[in-house]
Design a protein around this ligand. Structure first.
Ligand SMILES: Nc1ncnc2c1ncn2[C@@H]1O[C@H](COP(=O)(O)OP(=O)(O)O)[C@@H](O)[C@H]1O
Ligand SMILES: CC(=O)N[C@@H](CCC(=O)OP(=O)(O)O)C(=O)O
Length: 289
């Protein structure tokens, strides 16, 4: 396709998205290569300059895992959620709030735009409660596993995001929440992004990860479009595992609650964010009602 045709294909989308809110979730697996991360940040800044209100929510699972291993701790997950003891929570806070969040804000600044990094603790953005023990099948037995300091979101207070967006800042959110007693909790970043998208009544939620989209059981075929019913069936049939569980569940909750479309896109391929939003075919998976 000629360059001018690409631009013309984008025009109706740019018009449709103008003034709308987009929540972009940057997965830890889509942030392993610094050059690609810089490209993604530039794309997000471009969206802001074509008139969208951009909110970034980031993960950092692989870095938390690496730091735990360096400290001799074995990472364990249940249904894609990290079992988080007190020490792990401290590691997660250091990595997410202290390092990754700050790094993204700097990259945005390098693109000539101002971002403000916050966590769910700021402005009571993400009020959470400790998650109930999860039922897990171990062999033939069902066991209850306590995930420790993992949070389930109870309430989202988006005022802080509205204030930042109104002043043209790009908010960058680290997925740490706080309970009503002031205790911090580790929250899955896709869950946080979905709840924020709902609270902002965002037009789009885009989760950038390391696979080309939601795939079938043998991971050979991508589903470019999924309905809620199809996604529910895939989860029930066990086609979805690990971190894709909270990702798809977050996307499902978002579209059930007013977000027009939720997308799962490979963030490791340059400009996939723009291709997903501004081309007719898209590149990843789009979940709709
Ligand atoms: N059906 C599926 N289709 C695609 N990916 C899947 C599926 N089921 C599980 N996954 C896994 O989900 C992973 C993405 O989730 P996650 O590791 O949490 O990434 P991120 O850190 O980007 O949020 C993929 O790398 C893939 O291994
Ligand atoms: C409770 C829980 O699992 N929290 C996540 C938070 C980071 C995250 O979600 O990062 P990704 O988006 O890279 O997976 C964790 O500790 O890994």
């Amino acid at each position: 396709m000629k360059r001018e045709e690409v631009l013309m294909e984008a025009l109706p989308y740019i018009q449709k998205f103008y003034g709308k809110t987009i929540v972009i979730k940057l997965g830890g697996h889509a942030m392993v290569d610094q050059n690609i991360l810089e490209t993604v940040i530039r794309d997000a800044v471009l969206l802001r300059y074509v008139g969208m209100k951009v909110v970034l929510v980031h993960g950092g699972g692989p870095e938390i895992t690496a730091k735990m291993q360096a400290m001799g701790k074995e990472p364990k997950f249940v249904g894609g959620l990290r079992i988080t003891d007190a020490e792990t929570l401290e590691i997660a806070q250091m990595v997410l709030v202290g390092k990754i969040n700050d790094g993204i804000v700097s990259l945005i600044a390098n693109c000539g735009t101002c971002a403000v990094g916050i966590s769910g603790n700021d402005g009571n953005l993400l009020i959470a409660r400790k998650m109930e023990p999860q039922r897990v099948k171990v062999g033939e037995v069902i066991e209850e596993v306590d995930l420790g300091q993992v949070g389930e979101i109870e309430e989202v207070n988006p005022k802080v995001l509205h204030c930042l967006l109104a002043q043209d800042y790009i908010p960058v959110v680290a997925p740490i929440g706080i309970d009503r007693q002031g205790q911090s909790l580790n929250i899955n970043a896709d869950t946080a992004a979905a709840e924020i998208a709902i609270a902002l009544q965002a037009f789009k939620l885009v989760s950038l990860t390391d696979v080309d989209g939601v795939m079938d059981a043998d991971r050979t075929k991508i589903f470019h479009r999924l309905t809620l019913a199809e996604a529910e069936r895939m989860i029930a049939e066990g086609v979805i595992s690990g971190g894709m569980i909270p990702k798809l569940e977050g996307c499902m909750k978002a579209v059930k609650n007013g977000v027009e479309g939720a997308h799962v896109v490979n963030g490791n391929r340059p400009h996939n964010l723009l291709l997903e939003l501004f081309t007719d075919e898209g590149v990843g998976t789009m979940l709709t009602l």
